[in-house]
Structures are given as C-alpha cells and as structure tokens.
Design a protein around this ligand. Structure first.
Ligand code: SAM
Ligand code: SF4
Length: 305
C-alpha cells in the first residue's frame, strides 16, 4: 500500500530529475519547477538509495527527467540500479530525444519500460525556434529507434503553443498513427514570466471537443484524471490539462526529486521542499531519511482547489 498524503492521495510515482543540464533551450521550459543549482548533482548511488526508500513506502513507478537525462554519462547505470529495486514496477523517462538513437537499446536492456520524447514540431524551422537547436531529424530518428527496440509505449510530448505549433495537431496525429506511438498534447504551464504565458498559452478545450467528436473510444486515466482518445486511424491521443484543473490536482499521485536531492511535493510550489542530500552526505540512517520522505509527503496539498 502506498503512503497517502493528508488529502488521501496515494503517492505511487516519483519523478526524479537526474540533472539540470540540457543541450536544448526550449522557450517554454519549466525545468521541473527547480530553482537553478547547477553545482550539485546527486550521484547514481544517492539516487538509487532515495528511490529504494520511496519504494519501501509504496512508490512503484519512477520517471527519470531533467534537464536532459541522457546527458548523464551514467544514465544506463542509474536506470539499471533503479529497475532492480524490489517494489519498483515501472521505470520510464522523459527526454528531448537528441541522444535516443544512441541510447535506446541500452536503456531497454537496463530495464527502462517506456519513454516520452518531447517533439514540439515536425517542421525544422519551428523546431529550431522552440528548442534553440537544429535537431528535429535526430529526435524523430530517436523516436523510431525507441519503437524498434521495444520501448512501449513511446509517447511524443507536445507542449502546445498558441500561434506557434497549435496548427500542427492533425499532422502530429498522422505521425503518431503511422509510427505506432502515443501523442501526448500538454497544456503550457505557467512559470515565471506572465507575459510569455499570456502570449503562448493555448486553451485546449476546443481541441478536446474536436477529439471527443472524432474518437471511437475515450479512456479516463486514473493518474491526474487524464483523457486518452482512441481515433479511427488507430492513433492514441492524450491531453494533459493541469492549469486551474482541480481534478488534475485531486488525482495527483506523484512527488518530485530535484537533481540536487530535494523532495518537491508540488511542481508549482517552491516553499515546501525537503532536503535529503545534505543529511545523506552527513551520514544519516535510512530510518532518518524515511522520516524526511514522510514529512515531504505530509507537505503535499492540491495546488488548484
Ligand atoms: N529534457 C527532457 C524533455 O524535454 O522531455 C526532460 C525534462 S522536461 C522539463 C520534462 C517535460 O516537461 C517535457 O515533456 C516537457 O515538454 C515538459 N515541459 C517543460 N516545460 C513545460 C511547461 N512550461 N509547460 C508544460 N510542460 C512543460
Ligand atoms: Fe527543458 Fe527538456 Fe527543452 Fe531541455 S529539452 S530545455 S529540459 S523541455
């Protein structure tokens, strides 16, 4: 049984940021809500120890993220270490895909079960405008390789930006259908710059209505109450709408671990983190760390209510 927060939400999923470094500079990036601290990074052993503690409290699903997780030279060791922890049933990753052709097979072999790849546009110019790098071909090749080696599902994550890529949903659906991947359309989350958000935030309600009309089946996933639309061409489309969404927060089952070793109870808040790395490096016991983990879970509360 997974540990529950004071609002009765079971914490089953940990999102581990393994680095803040990145080779892209996406205009919309929230960096998992982490304040910059490039100097400190958990070691593979420290990450594994924290995930083992989490697993002992019922967390059975781990998502590796960043920054760009594939920039860690020990990412295969990290993946293997986490996959072998008793109680961990699912290890996945979200990546920008740039290095995925190179790593997909080793990741699969190390125990990664599935992968989400950020694919903001199929058009080279647009891709470069959004990410700051000329790499849409590498990312598409990475997605194809991930499918080939048997990572399943492979999801393309698309943060929809008003007047930038919001006219591309049809093409992305065709791409997803023809490559047997899931398309995950994500609403832009507000971080820092209000002007940026107002300029680029796309309301996904009309897209959802359109998908409802076209779908042969709609599945509501328990996690964060996400909707999945199965379309006639076989494509699967998920829509992630966190902003001002009380249902999303009500069903949130995840906690975050920053790359500098702090537990982050909520993406949108920075005033309630619990540091594990400093005590760990001081040599505290597992029992002590477990209590800190429980404290972080007890600090969780829905952001949008
Ligand atoms: N570099 C990896 C990548 O791009 O997938 C992992 C880190 S990235 C911060 C993790 C996820 O957050 C990606 O799916 C990305 O699209 C999403 N993301 C980043 N900034 C966002 C924002 N402002 N709103 C919604 N999603 C965002
Ligand atoms: Fe952020 Fe990921 Fe883009 Fe890097 S690739 S800037 S971490 S969204």
């Amino acid at each position: 049984m997974a540990i529950k927060d004071p609002f009765g939400r079971a914490v089953e999923n940990i999102r581990v940021s393994v680095t803040q470094r990145c080779n892209f500079s996406c205009i919309y990036c929230h960096r998992e809500g982490q304040t910059p601290n490039y100097g400190v990074e958990m070691s593979a052993g420290e990450i594994e120890r924290i995930v083992r503690l989490a697993a002992s409290l019922g967390v059975d699903s781990v998502k590796l993220t960043g920054g760009e997780p594939l920039l860690r030279s020990d990412i295969i060791d990290i993946t293997r270490g986490i996959s072998s922890i008793s109680g961990v049933k699912d290890v996945s990753m979200t990546t920008n895909g740039f290095l995925l052709t190179q790593y997909a097979e080793q990741l699969k072999e190390a125990g990664l079960s599935r992968v989400n790849v950020s694919l903001v546009s199929l058009k080279p110019e647009r891709f470069r405008f959004i990410t700051g790098i000329n790499a849409h071909k590498n990312v598409i090749d990475g997605i194809i390789r991930a499918v080939e080696v048997g990572l399943n599902p492979v999801k393309a994550n698309v943060v929809l930006l008003k007047n930038v890529n919001d006219d591309e949903v049809g093409e992305l659906i065709d791409f997803a259908g023809s490559h047997s991947i899931v398309l995950q359309i994500i609403e832009l989350e507000k971080f820092g710059n209000e002007i940026f958000y107002d300029q680029y935030h796309a309301d996904l309600s009309s897209l959802e209505k359109e998908l409802e009309g076209k779908a042969s089946k709609i599945i509501v996933r328990r996690m964060q109450h996400r909707k999945k639309y199965i379309l006639d061409n076989g494509a699967e489309v998920e829509v992630v709408k966190p902003m001002h969404n009380t249902e999303f927060c009500l069903h949130c089952n995840r906690i975050r671990l920053t790359s500098d070793g702090r537990l982050k109870p909520c993406l949108f808040r920075n005033d309630n983190l619990v540091d594990l790395l400093e005590p760990m490096r001081r040599g505290v016991s597992d029992e002590y760390l477990k209590n800190l983990f429980i404290e972080a879970v007890m600090r969780r509360k829905p952001y949008f209510i």
